[in-house]
Write a protein that binds this ligand. Structure first.
Ligand SMILES: [Zn+2]
Ligand SMILES: [Zn+2]
Length: 234
């Protein structure tokens, strides 16, 4: 829990250091939070660390610089800090696994939640095979049951909406309740994406959108994997 809270401090606009050796997860596992542009701070001992890779380094120097920073993640803590020389193990940060039964129930619940945005759900790109998509069709039926049990109004979603909601839910996307406009977020990498930025399932359905306008063509589809940040387990 604390680890996730620390990872959440690494925002896209304040964490520009793109290296898997000093990813937000790695820094957070060593106790650091991101307080300002590429600046790390330890809340326990107040030590600070600048993680901005200098522009003028050649490749070899950059590798060495990153290696040194990776060591400092442990050594830069002040004496007496519990993080000095220690880190959470890497398996602390992983997709929370549940039994398959629970997972199915949860996914259906998340999907039913997402269906509140029916009509605004994005057209999705996803890596599933035809066989796996076939399995999803069984899940759709269960989603309808879950939706009925938690909502009074009947579900008026098209198949494409249910499919989109199901894929979002499966790949870790949940409704972002902190946003005033429809948005989804990932609870592991804290990426939040406004749904209005993406092509909706309506736009990509020519039968329902005869006069496809320019703006809908320039919007991209929602790739359920690529929209996560690089270090995310999804
Ligand atoms: Zn410390
Ligand atoms: Zn993610």
């Amino acid at each position: 829990e604390d680890l996730l809270a620390r990872i959440a401090t690494y925002k896209i606009h304040t964490w520009l250091t793109q290296s898997s050796r000093i990813s937000p997860v790695r820094c957070a596992r060593n106790g650091w939070i991101n307080i300002d542009c590429s600046t790390l701070k330890c809340p326990m001992c107040s030590a600070m660390l600048l993680a901005q890779i200098p522009d003028d380094l050649n490749d070899e120097e950059e590798v060495r610089w990153i290696g040194r920073l990776a060591q400092q993640l442990q050594s830069a803590h002040n004496t007496g800090c519990p993080w000095k020389g220690h880190a959470c193990t890497s398996n602390v940060y992983s997709v929370p696994l549940a039994t398959s039964r629970e997972t199915v129930d949860e996914i259906c619940q998340y999907t039913a939640d997402l269906l509140k945005y029916c009509g605004q759900l994005p057209a999705t790109d996803q890596p599933l095979s035809a066989f796996e998509r076939g399995l999803l069709r069984n899940l759709q039926l269960k989603v309808f049951d879950v939706y009925k049990s938690t909502n009074e109004e009947p579900l008026t979603a098209e198949d494409s909406d249910v499919n989109s909601a199901l894929l979002l839910a499966l790949f870790g996307w949940r409704i972002d309740k902190e946003k005033s406009q429809p948005a989804v977020k990932c609870e592991l990498c804290f990426r939040s994406a406004g749904l209005w930025l993406f092509q909706s399932t309506d736009d990509s359905n020519p039968a329902r959108n005869v006069s496809a306008n320019e703006s809908s063509c320039t919007k991209r589809r929602f790739n359920v994997v690529e929209e996560h940040r690089a270090f995310c387990y999804w």
